[in-house]
Design a protein around this ligand. Structure first.
Ligand SMILES: Cc1cc2nc3c(=O)[nH]c(=O)nc-3n(C[C@H](O)[C@H](O)[C@H](O)COP(=O)(O)OP(=O)(O)OC[C@H]3O[C@@H](n4cnc5c(N)ncnc54)[C@H](O)[C@@H]3O)c2cc1C
Length: 386
């Protein structure tokens, strides 16, 4: 394994870090205070990201994307992770699942999304189907050539700003030795389609300004050309393209942890109690050492996983380990940072309490820590059980 960055990768890191510091960080406090990213600011950041060449950096060059390899994307995600989620999200990396677009879908969805003219949201979760997605009750029933969709989704991020949704719905059942199994199909559905409504959902304590919505489908008719991938193969498309999203979470957790650690170091090196800086107390300095060690380990795991992705050898347990370790590491690092800052760590005057709150969601979305452990342990045990 060689973790030496190429000249091009160093350049990417330097330029995205400068972009984050110049264009995103100055807006962090306002977004946190108001819980909103004004539409004008969203448009301004998007335009600057496109001009700087950071937009759709994960997408192939042949369709107008940045064409970055997975290691470079991971480094970029790490840098973007340093700032508020609601702001970095605007420097959009379209969902990789859109690469499954075919025929007219390419012109209607994929290309405008890569150009920054349209934005997608991904709708899988329902009130009764979170970790167990196959329990979804949103139905797509055949109606002539097309389908009629009925049901409800919740926790759908960015649906309030999106132009279309990638929606997963139960489209039938098949008999298996373990009993009937739901078949799932994914659809590309434009906002404004009759029978499709979007409402702002509950506010989360993590990542203020990044909103989540409820989607409701009442007799919503879609054509066969709106099926993404093949009918009944929705989870195959998701499994093929969405695993790498967990690597994105891991990389962002590393970036955020690095920023928090830097702040904790500065504080420990200057805050005095009992006549000396608190960093002189082993109770504080050892925390800082543990934080640095864990961050480095999480970063290596994420970069190793990215290297495997580039070489075509990354597995689901690789993504799961990277996400599990980095998200749990961020929880410990932000908690230690609050401790090192003492009372000031909990005050809204400083961003430490924000990082602490923001860290919590990383162990839940894109598959909870328990689900990541399930993926890892099944891969370890299955060969021994057969
Ligand atoms: C802020 C936010 C944004 C989100 N954005 C989106 C989005 O854009 N699109 C989308 O589709 N979804 C989105 N989600 C949904 C997210 O992916 C789910 O919340 C997550 O998968 C967990 O589902 P759940 O919340 O229903 O929890 P549940 O599945 O009900 O889990 C509850 C608890 O039970 C545990 N558990 C469940 N099953 C098992 C098991 N087999 N073994 C051990 N423990 C288990 C879980 O680990 C957890 O601790 C978002 C969620 C949040 C919080």
């Amino acid at each position: 394994m060689d973790f030496e960055l190429s000249t091009e990768q160093r350049l990417i890191v330097d330029s995205i870090r400068a972009f984050v510091a110049r264009e995103l960080m100055p807006h962090e406090d306002a977004v946190e205070r108001t819980g909103e990213v004004p539409a004008e600011l969203d448009a301004e950041i998007r335009a600057k990201a496109i001009a700087a060449g950071f937009y759709a950096a994960n997408m192939p060059e042949a369709i107008g994307g940045g064409g970055l390899d997975a290691v470079s994307v991971t480094l970029m995600e790490r840098e973007l992770g340093r700032t508020a989620f609601a702001l970095q999200y605007i420097v959009h990396r379209p969902s990789n699942i859109l690469r499954a677009c075919t025929g007219a879908q390419v012109e209607r969805y994929l290309l405008p999304t890569v150009r920054g003219e349209r934005v997608e949201c991904l709708a899988m979760t329902e009130p009764g189907a979170g970790s167990d997605l196959r329990a979804m009750t949103t139905k797509a029933e055949r109606d002539g050539d097309g389908y009629v969709i009925n049901g409800r989704k919740h926790f759908i991020s960015y649906a309030d700003r999106a132009d279309y949704a990638i929606v997963f719905a139960a489209s039938g059942t098949e008999e298996t030795p373990r009993g009937p199994k739901k078949l799932i199909t994914s659809f590309l559905i434009d906002m404004g389609t009759p029978g499709f409504e979007v409402r702002r959902g509950s506010a989360s304590v993590s990542h203020r300004g990044f909103h989540h919505c409820e989607l409701e489908f009442i007799d919503c008719r879609v054509g066969p050309e709106q099926v993404l991938g093949a009918e009944h193969r929705g989870f195959d498309v998701a499994n093929e393209w969405l695993g790498a999203t967990r690597l994105t979470v891991a990389a962002q957790c590393v970036g955020r942890a690095q920023r928090v650690h830097e702040m904790a170091l500065d504080w420990a090196a200057t805050r005095k109690q009992f006549g000396q800086t608190i960093g002189r107390f082993q109770g504080v300095s050892f925390k800082l050492a543990d934080m640095a060690t864990e961050i480095a380990a999480a970063e290596l795991l994420a970069l190793d996983c990215a290297g495997k992705l580039d070489r075509g050898t990354a597995t689901d347990p690789d993504f799961a380990m990277a996400k599990l370790f980095a998200s749990e590491m961020l929880g410990r690092v932000t908690d230690n940072a609050v401790q090192i800052f003492g009372g000031m760590g909990l005050m809204e005057d400083l961003p430490i309490e924000r990082f602490w709150r923001d860290a919590r969601v990383e162990r839940i979305w894109d598959g909870t820590s328990e689900i990541q452990r399930h993926i890892i342990s099944r891969a370890l045990l299955r060969p021994r059980e057969n």
